[in-house]
Every structure is written in structure tokens, then in C-alpha cells.
Design a binder for this molecule. Structure first.
Ligand code: ATP
Ligand code: MG
Length: 230
């Protein structure tokens, strides 16, 4: 669990352009409460990943400000920001090494037991224990030892271990079977508990579970509300 309930994310009139010409974000105002789960939806190119990129400070806003707990993130040390914010990307990052090492990447000092506890919490232990060498099974960056769903669960275990106050998830678009879908949904609940979550959502179940849904279009917020409201 995070140490406390902080993790408020605010966007104030945020504009952003990748090329200095076309605006990817067009004056975005956002107020995400600590502990809330917000789902971003919208057509391809609408600006969903750009919002995630700015919170992680992979880029700086062209104008306006992005704030975490009332502090503009451009005033935070990157190290402090990295401790507070974790991102789980669409295309899960797996490197050559063991399953154990891949999960431990979330928190390099974690013990084997802590890694296993994180994997159990998200149900990843079920597939890991079936692998030839369990947690010591070697996986390859581009290898196909793991299915899309398994890679997601592994990345959830990694993120749980990192225990960020704010979690950003760019959900995989790849189709997964119903059983995996249910497992991922359960794992996601565990992962999101007690933290702020910003999800670029593709799955209906994720959208339904979110506290708030924000619809983007061409870098603008065009709708906002709960699943029932929209
Ligand atoms: P998708 O659903 O396809 O992932 P998205 O909503 O995440 O789309 P963004 O990636 O935020 O969309 O893109 C917003 C706009 O910025 C688009 O017009 C896109 O072409 C542009 N864009 C995104 N990344 C870059 C980049 N690295 N360099 C230049 N332009 C970019
Ligand atoms: Mg995207």
C-alpha cells in the first residue's frame, strides 16, 4: 500500500505539440482526485498517450502546467517523480533474463519473497509455476514464451512491487481470451487499490469500473462523467 492517500493530478490549461506546429493537446483541464481511477477513451491520435507522456514527464507541456499534489511536476526532481509515478505500457517491456529479474525491475532491491508475493497478489504465480523453471525461467525480449495476457500480468506484478502513488496504464489493444480477461480484470483491481490510476482504456470492463471516464477528441476533452452518465 502507498504510504498515504496523496496522488492528486491536475492539468491546468495544458497545451502540447510534438512538432511545434500541430497541437496534440489543446488546453486540457483535469482534476483527478487522489485514489481515483480515470479512464481515457477516444479515437486514435486523440491525445490519450500524450496525457500519459506528460504526467511521466517524457515531454514538458508547451504551456500550462501539470501538477501532482499541487506541485508543478517541472519543479520536481525526476527521481522523486519516478518514485511517485509508474507507467505500464501497451507493449509490455520484457528483457532477456529470468521471470524473477523481470518482475524485480519494479523495485531493484526487492527480495525473492517480495517478488513472489507481488506475483501472487496479481495471480501471475499461476502461469509462472507452470513454466519449466518457474521464477527462474529465462525469457527473451522478443521471445514468445509468454502470451499477451501473461505479459500483462507480469507487468502488473512489476508495477505492484514498485508501489507507486500514481499508476498510468496504457492498456493493450491485443485481443485476449475471456478467461485471461477475467484474470487481468481481477489483477487490475488489486493493482489499483489505494492509488491514483490513469488508464488509457480499450477494454469495456476497465471503462465500466472506472470512477470517471474522459473522452478525448483531437486533443480536447469532449465528454466527462461516470459510465452511467455517458
Ligand atoms: P492511439 O489510440 O492510437 O494510441 P492516442 O490517443 O494515444 O492514439 P497520441 O499518441 O496521444 O494519441 O497522439 C496525439 C497526436 O500526437 C497524434 O496526432 C499523433 O500523430 C501525434 N504524436 C504522437 N506521438 C508523437 C511523436 N512522438 N512525435 C510526433 N507526433 C506524435
Ligand atoms: Mg496511444
Amino acid at each position: 500500500e502507498p504510504d498515504d492517500v496523496r496522488g492528486k493530478v491536475v492539468f491546468k490549461e495544458v497545451e502540447f505539440s510534438y512538432d511545434g506546429k500541430r497541437k496534440a493537446l489543446n488546453g486540457i483541464d483535469l482534476n483527478i482526485k487522489a485514489g481515483e481511477t480515470v479512464a481515457f477513451v477516444g479515437h486514435t491520435g486523440s491525445g490519450k498517450s500524450t496525457i500519459a507522456n506528460l504526467i511521466c514527464r517524457f515531454y514538458d507541456a508547451t504551456s500550462g502546467s501539470v501538477e501532482i499534489d499541487d506541485i508543478p511536476i517541472k519543479h520536481l526532481k525526476l527521481e522523486s517523480l519516478r518514485q511517485q509515478v509508474s507507467i505500464v505500457l501497451q507493449d509490455t517491456f520484457i528483457f532477456s533474463g529470468t521471470i524473477m529479474e523481470n518482475i524485480r525491475f519494479g523495485r531493484p532491491g526487492a527480495s525473492d519473497e517480495e517478488v513472489q508475493r507481488a506475483a501472487e497478489a496479481v495471480g501471475a504465480n499461476l502461469f509462472i509455476n507452470k513454466l519449466k523453471d518457474g521464477y527462474h525461467t529465462e525469457v527473451e525480449e522478443r521471445g514468445n514464451v509468454l502470451s499477451v495476457g501473461e505479459r500483462q500480468l507480469l507487468s502488473f506484478a512489476r508495477a505492484l512491487l514498485a508501489n507507486p502513488r500514481i499508476l498510468i496504464l496504457d492498456e493493450a489493444t491485443a485481443s485476449i481470451d475471456t478467461v485471461t480477461e477475467v484474470n487481468i480484470q481481477k489483477a487490475l483491481k488489486t493493482l489499483l487499490a489505494g492509488r491514483t490510476a490513469i488508464i488509457v482504456a480499450h477494454r469495456l470492463s476497465t471503462i465500466r469500473e472506472a470512477d470517471s471516464i474522459i473522452v478525448l477528441d483531437h486533443g480536447n476533452i469532449i465528454e466527462q462523467g461516470s459510465h452511467e452518465e455517458l
